[in-house]
Write a protein that binds this ligand. Sequence first.
Ligand SMILES: [Zn+2]
Length: 471
Amino acid sequence: MEVMIGLEVHCQLATRSKLFCSDSTDSRESAPNENTCPICLGFPGSKPVVNRKAIDYGIMVATALNSNIARRMYFSRKSYFYPDMAKNFQVTQYEIPLALGGYVEVGDLKVRIRRVHMEEDPAKLSYVGGDITNSKYVLIDYNRAGAPLLEIVTEPDFKTPQQARAFLEKLSSMLEHIGIYDPSREASLRVDSNVSIEGGNRVEVKNITGFANVEKALGYEIVRQRGLLRMNMKAVMETRHFDAATRTTKSLRKKEAEADYGYIFDPDLPSITLSEASIKKVADAMPELPDQRVARISGSYGLDEYQAKVLVYTDKNLADFFEECCTRYAYKDPPHAANWIINYLLKSLNWNMTAIKGSKVRAGTFIEFLGLIDSGTITERYAKELIKEYVDTGISPTELAERNIRSTPKINLEEIVSAIISSNRQAVEEFKGGNARALQFMIGQVLAKTNKQADPNAIKELILKMISEAK
Ligand SMILES: [Zn+2]
């Protein structure tokens, strides 16, 4: 039973103003319904004007996706009755979208792109006291209505939820590198997915926020649809909602056919003709894309491909941070820096539920931290503890380490080792008899006494020395 998954990704373009009016798209500091005007509320007689910047952003994304950009594009009205659109229609591109075709390579999988089109975002609905299936009433905020969205539709090329997630992570990194979207804004990337199993109907799961949730929603849907098929039942063609709390999907409504929307060309918006020169100009100004960056930073800094991919695909800012360490601060051992960023810095940031950009970590102080390890001033073991404190506070690691040394009594390692040896005679005899684990046991005892501050190798050497001298 083959699984087929297709994705529709809605990306909110980070233009200053909305798609057809001059209201701000950034409503983080605004009261509900403050950023609205007769155009985005659809008052009679209001005339929309296309935001050229949004079109340019769309062309950049289509170029990155290897899509064929239309030389002439149109806007259509998609008619439906729902409170999230005051006009009772959404301006979108249906008949002739911004771009058709294209692909993205994710590992060995070549994901085909079906189409890329622009549309306006509907208003935000808040379901008070519940979710879409059970809330008492709904509040509407039109601040978001009319913001430019780019919809990227894939062919049903994914076989597993993990592939879908890997694609989304790569796509998000591409959009960040192009610089047309702001991941820190609420719901800047929203995902609808289609799932079907050979022999069954196509089910749509709508409005999933967060890539981890996409993976969970798809996983649940596949199990549900397989269960139905096993009982000789078919999944109904419908739209479902993902409930993040229960990790399940619930039926929302039977799926409308495209014909039900009664698309017509929007008479208020003229067609837009794109000249070869204007497309080329945008393409020439394209910034470096993630795949190019992975190749460049693994080559010029001597990283292995895995390290480069983690830095680039986790978060563009993380890759920027790494490069700042190695260029502006000229850190001499880039693979070592990458190793500490990927394995320990990232873990501490995740633990604090923050990304590098919003954290107190700076390349200048991080270099200082690496320097303490390189010079042997602190042990790697202690560094793994220190990095947590550093990520928490952002205080200079040199200062943190000095403070900690002041506050802990000076360790006399010889005294501790000598005490452990004399109080563990049996372990000493066992070690002499060839039991290596007895030595590990004593190292552990000494480490515990030093609050894990001492270097295990130094302890080992000291124990061996003292045992042999005592012979
Ligand atoms: Zn407006």
